[in-house]
Write a protein of this length. Sequence first.
Length: 269
Amino acid sequence: MKKTYKYTFLTMFLALAFIFGSMAVMNFILYIREDQFLSESGMAVVESPVRSWQGWGDEPDAKEDGERYSLTTVQVRDAMESWNQRLGETLHDPVEGQVSMKEAVREGEEWLISMGIEETQGAEDRLKLVKAVLGVGTQKGSSKVQMEPYYSFWTVHFSGSYTDAVVYLNAVTGRVWRAEVTLYDNFLEELPCEKLGQFVELAGLPVTDGVAEINKEKTQAVLVVEDGLLYAGLDYQNVALGDNAVVEYTNRELFHDRYVVITYEILTD
C-alpha cells in the first residue's frame, strides 16, 4: 500500500515537472522567436509630421540655447494661412531648426513683459506656466508628406490670479505671432492701438510708418506690415456679465461683472 502511494506521488511529481518544464521551454522559444522577429523587422518609428531644417535661406542667428532662422514674407504668410485654416493639430517633438520648449517658454515670458502684461498683486500672483505644446495644423485632405518646420507653432499657456494668456510662437523663429490675453482685473479701458506696432516689431517683422485702421466701435485695429501680404490685427472685447456675476477661474471663484479679452495676431489676405 505504501509503495502504491509512493509511486502515485512520484508519478504526479514527474507529471507536474513535465508540465512546468514544457511551459518554461515554450516561453523560452517564444522569447527567441520574438527577438528574431524584432531583429529582422526592426522597430516601428513614428515619423514627424514636419521635416528638419533643410539649410536654405538666411544664415541662423546664434542664440543662448541654439540657432534661429529668419523667414521670408511669403514663408510667414504660408505658415499663418496654414495655422489659421487648420481643422486640427498634430503634436510632435521639435526637429532640427525648431526652438526647444525651454526657449519657447522663455520667449513667451519675455513677450508678456515687453507688452506690459504682468501681474501687479505681488510675486506670488505673477503669471505661471500652465503648459506648452508643439504642433502643426492639419488641413482637409492632408497628405502624409512632411511639412516645412516653420509650419509648426508652440502654444504656451500662462495663468495668474487675475490674468490668463495664451501665446503662439512660430517654431523656427521663436517669435510670437498670435496672443490671446484675458484680464479679470487691471483692465485696459480702450483699444491699445499703441501696442500694435510693438507687437509687429516683437514678431520679427518690419514696422511700417503707416497708421492703423480702427473700426467705428474702436474694438478692432489693422496695420499693414509689408507689401500688403501681411497685416497685424488687434481685437478688444469687453465682456459684460452683469452685477454680482461669478467667474470660475484658476480653481477659485472670483466675483466680477466683466472681463476683457485682447487678441494680437498676424493676418493674411
